[in-house]
Each structure stands twice: as C-alpha cells, then as structure tokens.
Design a protein around this ligand. Structure first.
Ligand SMILES: [Zn+2]
Length: 414
C-alpha cells in the first residue's frame, strides 16, 4: 500500500459510522438488487432511520438506485422499494502482467467486469518491461471506455498482479519473478500512473489474488470453498492457501509457493535455481515440454494427446500427477485444508490429474479421509488474477466507505 488517505472526524464517531456504512454496503452488494430498506435494517441490525440516512447519502452519490418492487396480485401492504448498487459508478482496475498474457479489467464494486482488454503472447525480460508500459497504455483505453459507458463513474484504485515475490511493506517492487526474468524490478511507472489518476496502487502476488478472483462472485462474498489450496499454472506454477475465507500469506506475505516444493532433489533445474521442484513437472512450460508439445500448446491439446494414448503425454501427466499428489498430501497434512482448486492453464487438466493425486492422498494423508478432499477446477482462470487484484482494492475501500462515497477524486479517464 503506497498511500492511504484516511477520513477525518471525531475518531469514535467516524469508526462507528464507517462500520455501519460498511455493513449497509456489504448487504447491498450481497443482495444483488433484491433488498428493501426494511430488510436492510433487519440484516444490519440498524434502525430504519439510520438506514434511511445512509440510503439518502448513497443515492445522492449516485451509488444506489431504488425501484418499486411489483406487488404480487392479491398481496397486502404498501409496495416496497428495492435497492440496487448502480452498475459502474465506482470501479477498480485490475492489471495482470504474466509471462504469457496481459490482462486489464475494470471491475465495479459489485464484482462485475465492466471493461476488459486481454492479450495472449509471450513476455519475459525486456519484453515484460515493455509489457508494463503497454499495460498502462491499454489501461488508459479501458478507463476511456468506462468513462464513455458510465459518464459519472469514478476510479477508486489500481491492483496489479504479478507472478513473483513482492517487495516488503507494499513497496512497488518485485524481488524475484523467475518466469518474467525479473530481479529487483521497480514498478515506478505504474505507481506514477496511479498517482496521476489520484488513486492508490497495490501490488499483489498473482496466485494469491487469483485464488480470490476465481472463487468470489463479489468483493464481499465468502470464497467457495472457504478453505482450499489454490494452484495457478500459467507458465510456472504459483500457489495460495485460503483458510476460512482469508488468504494465509505468512509473516511477509510470501506463503504459498507450492511450485517450488522439492519433489526430487536429483531432478531437472527449475527457473528458481533449485532442482526437482513441482513446477518442473506440473508447470505448463515443463508439462508441455515433457509431453512433446510446442510452447503454445493448449491444455486441450495435451488432453487430446493423453486421450489418444500418446506415450510422451501419458508419461508427462503421470509424472506431474504423482508429483502433485506428493506435494498436496504433505501440504494438507501440514495446513489442514480440505480442498484443492486448480486454476489458470492447468484448470482443464483437473479431471485427468485427479486419479494420480487421489492415489498419493490414500497412501500419505495422516489425519484425513482422502474421499473428503475436494479436487476442483477453477472457472474463468484466465481473468482470475486481474479480477482478484481489483476485488482486493474494492474490499479495502468497502471498509472505509467515506473514501468510496466521497467525490473529491477526479472522474475516470481524466
Ligand atoms: Zn523451483
């Protein structure tokens, strides 16, 4: 986090008001347009008068619209109004620069994608640096698109997802991103871009935010499932751990590097400099090579080769599945999380990896019944990281609603 302006005012009053407003916004987003003022009062435990005051404030800021619910024939009582969060009025940008793709999404506070630009091509080293400049150019186009479609919209923040180890204390820096061929890379142009637009920039590990983007329909949802190990296979293999709806990120925000757990110390060299990491066997780059496929082959091409009994594809999937089973058994024994979600390029392979994983879980799980471990494919894996980065920005703003409602920042695209 680079900059976080705080609302002023008497501390106690501001805190209670903020918390109440956060509850109202959370219920409004959860209800997806199907909640009346009376139901909001019940859901939040606030008085009708407080709800009315907040609703007037949110309506005046253009963030909420109310429409009269049609009364069922024969029903008694006055028609109730239903409140809806106005689409596109407040939104965050989610940007992902990965080794094989560039994604820029505008996501509004309900979690809906309102504009997008996605490019699939290889980026590494200098190309990745150029990709960052290109991402910023494309972000301007996305902002202009949102401004044209939603003239009263306001950008609230920018979240950026990158496949690497992040700098500490929210510094705009990547310490090491082997698959982008980056070490100690400063993201000053991105920070300057955010500052020019009057908003904060947050940098996230790609797998951590993808685990949220892939499992949360809105920024206030509890992920489904609530606790799981996430695998993000794009070029290398990232990972994240979700426990009871919260990412477990460790002391320095660097937990979850499942791709660099050693499966075979005498195995091939990994991009991280060690040998025999899980990434060598299961990372999309390694898996394609071992299966005898080209560097741009899709997961479906691998599945076809595997289904046709191609010996190289069979051997590559067998080895990758066994390696994954070994690592998952160890991880589940260690962190007590009963589900695995497979995202990104690897997602379509979930079904053919399952049998290998299950075999290792049966042998190695100490305190769990392997039948109780869910092994699931993530939906829409391609957009998960950029969407998750935007959701993180929005969730943070919902906890400080005065900043979200305020109209002091410049409108989108300006
Ligand atoms: Zn490694």
């Amino acid at each position: 986090m680079l900059h976080r302006p705080r609302s002023t005012g008497p501390a106690g009053v501001a805190t209670v008001r903020s918390m109440n407003l956060t509850s109202v916004l959370t219920e409004l987003i959860r209800a997806e347009g199907q909640i009346s003022r009376a139901e909001l009062a019940t859901a939040t435990g606030l008085t009708r008068m407080t709800i009315s005051r907040f609703m007037d404030e949110l309506t005046e800021a253009g963030m909420v619209t109310e429409t009269v619910k049609p009364v069922r024939p024969g029903a008694r009582g006055r028609p109730a109004s239903c409140a809806t969060v106005t689409p596109g009025r407040r939104f965050a940008l989610g940007v992902e620069v990965n080794a094989n793709s560039l994604t820029i999404l505008a996501v509004d506070i309900t979690g809906s994608i309102i504009a997008r630009r996605v490019f699939v091509q290889g980026f590494a080293g200098e190309a990745a640096r150029r990709a960052v400049s290109w991402a910023l150019e494309q972000a301007e186009h996305v902002l202009a698109e949102v401004a044209a479609r939603h003239p009263d919209s306001r950008l609230i923040g920018i979240g950026m997802a990158l496949p690497g180890i992040l700098g500490l204390d929210g510094a705009p820096e990547i310490i090491n991103a082997p698959n982008l061929d980056w070490r100690r890379e400063h993201l000053t142009t991105v920070a300057a871009f955010a500052a020019d637009h009057g908003v904060e920039l947050t940098i996230h590990n790609e797998a951590t935010v993808a685990s949220r983007g892939a499992t949360m329909p809105t920024p206030v949802s509890i992920p489904q499932p609530a606790s799981f190990i996430y695998l993000s296979g794009e070029v290398g293999l990232g990972g994240a751990i979700m426990v009871n709806g919260e990412n477990y990120t460790g002391v320095n925000g660097r937990a979850g590097e499942i791709g660099h757990v050693c499966v075979n110390p005498d195995g091939p060299l990994c991009a991280c400099g060690a040998t025999g990491c899980l990434e060598v066997y299961l990372g999309p780059k390694g898996l394609r090579q071992r299966a005898g496929l080209g560097p741009t082959a899709s997961a479906d091409e691998l599945i076809t080769a595997w289904t046709n009994g191609d010996p190289a594809a069979r051997a590559a999937v067998d080895t990758a599945g066994r390696a994954l089973g070994l690592v998952l058994a160890a991880t589940i024994n260690l962190v007590d999380v009963p589900a695995v979600v497979v995202g990104g390029w690897l997602s379509p392979l979930t079904q053919i990896l399952r049998i290998h994983v299950h075999r290792e879980l049966v042998t190695r799980l100490v305190a769990f019944d392997p039948a109780d471990i869910d092994f699931l494919a993530a939906g829409d894996g391609m957009l998960a990281a950029a969407r998750g980065a935007a959701l993180a920005v929005i969730a943070d703003h919902i906890t400080r609603p005065e900043d979200l409602i305020g109209t002091t920042a410049p409108p989108a695209g300006v």
